[in-house]
Design a protein. Structure first.
Length: 173
């Protein structure tokens, strides 16, 4: 499939660094949705990518305390790839728990089964547990974690063009 995102064939990138107040997360989601609609028109991928950014930013803000959070989004139409990276301050214990969640996710080859198991295993009053599963299933992105020097980066990567783009898995939340 040939993807045309305008005149340039270079990757389109967005980088943002901010203090971590919750008030910005919904606005960032709306901005990313608009940014992606312009960067990859016609692929109906903006909801998926905005959801992934929203979930990863929520996790980062919850763990970062008063430290800054960094967001990097790269859309490479020529390579049919998208990459989202969110970096924040993190304790070794938080990084280990994050890595454990992603390892559990990888043990189940069916992203939907993992997502349903995560929903069943998370109490409505409990914070956390579903965001990474949502990114993996609904946004159809793979997840990696890198920890070092008191900071963690969660990277979500995948194809830009989805095989069943008209069958969106994302609800407009």
């Amino acid at each position: 499939m040939q993807i045309d995102s305008g005149a340039t064939r270079d990757p389109v990138m967005l980088f943002m660094r901010m203090a971590s107040p919750w008030v910005f997360i919904d606005e960032i989601r709306r901005f990313v949705k608009s940014f992606c609609a312009c960067a990859c028109p016609g692929l109906d991928r903006e909801e998926h990518l905005a959801l992934a950014v929203h979930e990863l930013m929520q996790n980062a803000v919850a763990c970062s305390g008063s430290h800054q959070v960094e967001l990097s989004l790269e859309i490479d139409s020529a390579a049919d790839r998208v990459s989202i990276q969110v970096t924040n301050a993190c304790t070794p214990e938080q990084a280990a728990a994050l890595q454990e969640r992603i390892d559990r996710m990888r043990q189940e080859p069916d992203a939907l089964k993992h997502y349903l198991a995560a929903m069943a295993g998370t109490s409505p009053s409990e914070r956390g547990g579903l965001g990474l599963a949502r990114v993996h299933f609904e946004s159809q992105l793979g997840l990696e974690v890198v920890f070092g020097a008191g900071r963690v980066t969660v990277q979500a990567t995948g194809k830009l063009a989805l095989p069943n783009a008209n069958e969106s898995r994302v609800s407009n939340v």
